[in-house]
Design a protein around this ligand. Structure first.
Ligand SMILES: [Zn+2]
Length: 227
């Protein structure tokens, strides 16, 4: 492994027969570097001998549109750095699944807030929706398995959401708060429920929003009657 001043990507892997060199961008923060290295190990494990172009850029930018190899390498990295048998019991113990809880876990596992939040959502320990927003609207979102399909976040931020104040203002961090679900969802049940919203700025034009659907009623399977 080596550190270099990579331009335009976080890390790369060059392999030949049974040997490979991972190059990591020198200026990245340490948690990012760890993730990049684990990501490249994922490629080595799954895609050795195959030709592909790895760009460990931002899973923030294009999480949903990434090529399958990139998603596999991200998943490998996530499972390597935050193993389920360690992560799950600690994730259950956080007082609330907000960014304070995510930060606690990130400090334990030495991982970034974004990677940790994605792991928390995928682990399905709490009913969560994680959404990345830019000023131009939603970039990607990710839901815990227990969240029914009908809770599909709106493409554009509602002015009632605290995320709206954050992306169009300068705040770095606002405390989580209870908010009507219709600030985030336009389905017809939404106005009956409150959810817990938390938001965190991760760059000039990007925020992460974490919604906790704490009311079990929202998780019920509803059979809409058919006519
Ligand atoms: Zn890659």
């Amino acid at each position: 492994m080596q550190y270099r001043n990579l331009v335009g990507c976080e890390a790369r892997l060059v392999g030949y027969t049974d040997r490979a060199i991972v190059t990591i961008r020198e200026s990245s923060d340490p948690r990012r570097k760890r993730f990049s290295l684990a990501h490249e190990l994922g490629h080595w494990n799954y895609h050795r001998g195959r030709s592909f172009e790895c760009r460990v850029d931002d899973w923030i930018e294009g999480y949903n549109s990434k090529p399958i190899e990139e998603k596999e390498a991200d998943k490998y990295a996530s499972e390597l750095l935050m193993p389920a048998y360690m992560f799950e019991p600690l994730a259950k113990k956080v007082k609330r699944p907000t960014f304070d809880g995510v930060k606690e876990l990130a400090d334990i596992f030495n991982t970034s807030l974004t990677a940790t939040a994605i792991r928390l959502v995928n682990m399905n320990v709490w009913p969560l929706v994680l959404i990345s927003h830019s000023k131009n609207g939603r970039v990607w979102f990710n839901r815990s398995k227990d969240i029914p399909e009908r809770w599909f976040p709106q493409k554009d931020l509602s002015q009632d959401s605290m995320a709206f104040d954050m992306i169009f203002g300068n705040e770095q961090r606002i405390r989580h708060q209870k908010i009507s679900a219709d600030a985030w969802f336009d389905n017809r049940e939404a106005e009956q429920y409150d959810i817990i919203e938390d938001a965190l700025r991760i760059s000039n034009n990007q925020i992460l929003c974490l919604l906790w659907l704490e009311n079990d009623e929202m998780l019920r399977d509803i059979e809409y009657s058919r006519f």
